[in-house]
Design a protein around this ligand. Sequence first.
Ligand SMILES: Cc1cc2nc3c(=O)[nH]c(=O)nc-3n(C[C@H](O)[C@H](O)[C@H](O)COP(=O)(O)OP(=O)(O)OC[C@H]3O[C@@H](n4cnc5c(N)ncnc54)[C@H](O)[C@@H]3O)c2cc1C
Length: 297
Amino acid sequence: MRHDVIIVGGGFAGLAAATYLARARRNVRVIDTGKPRNRFADASHGFLGHDGSDPRHILATARKQLLAYPTAELTEAEASTARIHEDGFAVALASGEEMVARKLILAFGLRDELPAIPGLQERWGKTVLHCPYCHGIEFSDQRLGVLYRTPMSVHQASLIAEWGPTTLYLNGAELAQEDAATLAARDVKVEPAPVTGLIGDGLGLSALALGDGRHSAIAALYIAPRSCFTSPLADDLGAEIEQGPLGPVIRTDADKMTAIPGLYAAGDIARMPHSVSWAVADGVTAGTSAHRALVFG
Ligand SMILES: Cc1cc2nc3c(=O)[nH]c(=O)nc-3n(C[C@H](O)[C@H](O)[C@H](O)COP(=O)(O)OP(=O)(O)OC[C@H]3O[C@@H](n4cnc5c(N)ncnc54)[C@H](O)[C@@H]3O)c2cc1C
């Protein structure tokens, strides 16, 4: 099967890229396993015109609108391997089916690795959060917590204090003296005891259990998740990958093209920081860049 463009990942970046290519009347195939990074949250915030919408609903609408174009196709499957091919790129599914395209856009997103504290995993996207712009105003003026994971957690706690009274839980980590001063200047409290569990009804949060038996009342806990690629395809194709403070990032130029001609990367895997709006913008950049390369390349 031959296409103008194959897109691996049909989340926010992948569907945005595909929509622009389909509108350019190009033959585009999206391959998608249907597990966007924010699927744990019931509401996505900050994306213009969709503030508070269910992310699954935004993506389902985008998929439906894409598939109304006659040159767009979507395969619900995992792209398991990819290689450079004489006509561009060959992508194989787990079933063994192979597809070839002149250009390839990687938009397979990230997976978050969360700390193994009882009660934390199941609250991810509900009362355990990473971004106050995405999920912050909902907890305005309530007690907020930040779990120390990296030196960036000091900055995160200083920022989150903007939304409510904040405590940084060191969970056994050491705090540098200058960081203590930064936190004090923002009225952020520091709790050194280890965190042993999260307490609350259902997926709500009312307190953190501490190693010395105390309970510390909070309504939301922010963490800096470490993330990893959901797929090895970027490594397999030899794309340049940098190690950012929170995980890997595929290096691209301003057109979202990697160092490998014809190979593009968009969304969370190819940028910092991360949001739906930025992923969509990157998808549009990658889609239109790939289109121009098909026309003029
Ligand atoms: C809990 C949580 C809440 C968030 N809330 C917000 C918010 O309120 N507002 C906001 O702007 N941002 C929010 N974000 C960030 C947002 O989720 C990401 O920035 C956005 O999803 C990135 O889009 P993407 O297209 O790069 O990747 P994704 O949306 O993660 O899409 C990647 C797609 O690729 C598919 N895929 C992966 N591997 C393969 C493969 N090998 N073959 C085929 N398909 C594959 C996946 O199944 C998925 O469908 C949140 C993130 C988290 C973790």
